[in-house]
Design a protein around this ligand. Structure first.
Ligand code: CDP
Ligand code: CDP
Length: 229
């Protein structure tokens, strides 16, 4: 049997990362923050002076990305990039480099390599639609632009980065448009996704809803095994 995967896709600041970590902890599963990979490509591009529209050079960066995920730290070569990649400028550039098929292809195998026993929770934009289309549980997590802008504002302030709520509303709307309208792997729910709107839902409730659905799926699989000839 394939190693199980739970995918969590959705727009920026809908809570994917926070929820993925909690669900991973509850089930003892590995966690893949696929957005971090696009952010690392963006950070590398900034550092090496690669232009945001140079697809071949960006794909080469993605191919040879010296990235390591060690516990809760994200390393780029010898640099601890965990906080650096959370800057809004890096997130915005990430969504620009993510439109290129060559960049996406270069990251695909790396993302799939995270699927190891006992299981994986993967968050991003195309986890359920492109990277792990056979995942037994796919979640599409949304929230209003207003709640997402304030969440991101708090995160940036807490990390000591500058944040302006009007700029954030505008950036989020632009990023949503780019992520949903791009030709390759656009942000959209998988057909069989569980839709959750977290605008007025605390993190614990979102996690509870996902774990509840997972328990149902496991029970149905168990029943299937018993009934199988
Ligand atoms: O944290 P936030 O939701 O703002 O973004 P992220 O998940 O860190 O992803 C940064 C950018 O990478 C997104 O705006 C997407 O354009 C891109 N991305 C993607 O195209 N596919 C993924 N599976 C994950 C991220
Ligand atoms: O990964 P993504 O960009 O989708 O979002 P995140 O970084 O996990 O979450 C953004 C912020 O929203 C975090 O500080 C979460 O604690 C918060 N959040 C929340 O307040 N309520 C939720 N239901 C989910 C997340």
């Amino acid at each position: 049997m394939n190693v199980p995967v739970i995918t969590i896709d959705g727009p920026t600041a809908s809570g994917k990362g926070t929820v993925a970590v909690r669900v991973g902890e509850a089930l003892g599963f590995h966690v893949l923050d696929s957005g971090a990979m696009y952010r690392l490509v963006a950070l590398s591009a900034i550092r090496s002076g690669v232009a945001h529209d140079d697809e071949a050079a960006l794909a080469a960066l993605a191919e040879s990305l010296p990235a390591r995920f060690v516990g809760d730290r994200i390393l780029l070569g010898a640099v601890d990039a965990t906080d650096l990649i959370r800057q809004e400028a890096v997130g915005n550039l990430a969504s620009k480099v993510a439109v290129f098929p060559a960049v996406r292809d270069a990251l695909l195998a790396r993302q799939r390599a995270f699927r190891t026993a006992p299981g994986l929770v993967a968050d991003g934009r195309d986890m359920g639609t492109v990277v792990f289309p056979d995942a037994p549980l796919k979640v599409f997590l949304t929230a209003s632009v207003e709640s997402r802008a304030w969440r991101r504002h708090k995160q940036l302030i807490d990390k000591g980065f500058p944040a302006n709520i009007d700029d954030l509303r505008k950036d989020l709307a632009e990023r949503d448009a780019r992520d949903t309208q791009r030709r390759n792997a656009p942000l959209r729910p998988a057909e069989d996704a569980l839709h959750l709107d977290s605008s007025d839902m605390p993190v614990a409730d979102v996690v509870g809803a996902i774990l509840g659905r997972w328990t149902q799926i496991q029970a149905a699989c168990g029943a299937g095994t018993v009934d199988a000839p």
